[in-house]
Design a protein. Structure first.
Length: 384
């Protein structure tokens, strides 16, 4: 059995689904494939929540993309009648030596993004449930907040199917070819033909293109914790609790308030060991719980003994410095690759889909930072 489309998009996460959205808007026929289902528990777009923020230190490019993406997320939410964006605010916490935060303020000002600069005493007064003795100032983005990740992606897929996109739950086998790819095979032996193929497979990209990406996409284990908050207390739910990022701590912790009763979410933005998204065990280690408890004792004393009501082991999938990879395959002219976005990419799904579809459909110029040739083989993350 075989199917044929103008475009076949492999990977139904935030990148793939938004790319399919914009390709379908051109009137083209689009097939969208995913191995385990949209926003499944192994996917980079899985899980309940993701942060959407405008601040990227000195990196104006990603600030612009976030500014473009937020209204597109809001328009999508309005179309579907789903509250997928929660305006909780995003609070950056740091000290006077942090050049990143100073640059962030400058970029936000130039871009016209509303922000509030806060002294340590202001932070302590507004959020007394938190304790940051190492923080001397902070920056609040009042209009930023949280996206409901799984709900957003699954709702987007529903809208895509209603618009004529054909969704296939199938594993795409590694493609092979010289100059033009004519078809790909699925794990069940089905053939998918297309004029153009787009691979937005996240952590599976190095498996699909091992010679090209095995040393350019780094897949690492990440642990996330959800804590039960005190009964009757609203201290860890909006509006009393924003998203916050603690930049003066070596583990780069970040936290999201309790949304929809799932618990207070906290994690450390650091790269763990190499991880296989298909077979990796997704169980948090006891030592990680101990490290979390110590952090809570110092900075969130009300939650020091809070029950861990849920944990997740997901994966980051990054390029050497955290820049996206969005480029044409160097050997197959009708194959495009988009990935390298874990840890900060979900929010950019709409802007990425718009950018990639414009490159494919209209030959729009590419951003050099997103090119394959810009990707090195030694990890040195610079984009957060």
């Amino acid at each position: 059995m075989s199917k044929a489309y103008d475009f076949a998009v492999v990977g139904a996460g935030a990148f793939g689904a938004w790319t399919a959205h914009f390709l379908r808007q051109s009137g083209a026929s689009v097939g969208l494939l995913d191995a385990y289902g949209p926003a499944n528990s192994r996917a980079s777009s899985g899980g309940e929540t993701r942060v959407i923020r405008m601040g990227y230190g000195p990196d104006e490019l990603y600030t612009r993309w976030a500014m473009r993406s937020l209204p597109l997320w809001k328009e999508f939410a309005a179309r579907t009648g789903r509250e997928i964006f929660h305006q909780t605010g995003v609070l950056w916490l740091s000290n006077d030596a942090d050049a990143y935060l100073k640059s962030l303020c400058s970029v936000l000002e130039q871009a016209g993004v509303e922000r509030e600069e806060l002294k340590a005493k202001d932070i302590a007064q507004r959020w007394p449930q938190l304790r940051f003795d190492d923080v001397t100032w902070g920056v609040l983005e009042p209009n930023s907040g949280i996206l409901l990740a799984r709900q957003a992606v699954q709702s987007l897929l529903k809208e895509l199917v209603e618009s004529g996109v054909e969704y296939l739950s199938a594993v795409a086998e590694a493609p092979s070819g010289d100059e033009t790819l004519t078809q790909i095979k699925t794990g069940t032996g089905e053939s998918i033909s297309a004029g153009t193929f787009v691979f937005c497979c996240g952590a599976w990209l190095p498996k699909i293109f091992p010679e090209l990406l095995a040393e350019r996409i780094f897949v690492t284990r990440q642990e996330v914790f959800f804590l039960g908050t005190p009964s009757g207390s609203a201290d860890f739910r909006p509006p009393k609790m924003p998203v916050w990022l603690h930049r003066t701590h070596a583990g780069l912790p970040y936290a999201l308030p309790d949304i929809e009763g799932r618990g207070f979410k906290i994690a450390f933005d650091r790269h763990g060991e190499r991880f296989d998204p298909d077979t990796g065990m997704r169980v948090v280690g006891e030592s990680s719980i101990g490290q979390l408890r110590e952090y809570l004792r110092q900075h969130i004393p009300a939650l020091e003994h809070a029950p861990v009501i849920e944990t997740r082991v997901c994966q980051y999938e990054n390029t050497w410095n955290g820049d996206f990879l969005i480029d044409r395959h160097p050997e197959m002219e009708n194959v495009w690759i988009a990935g390298g976005g874990s840890g900060h990419g979900f929010k950019h799904g709409p802007a990425l889909g718009e950018y990639l579809s414009a490159r494919i459909l209209h030959g729009a110029p590419g951003e050099p930072r997103f090119s394959l040739t810009a990707k090195q083989t030694a990890q040195n993350r610079a984009v957060y």
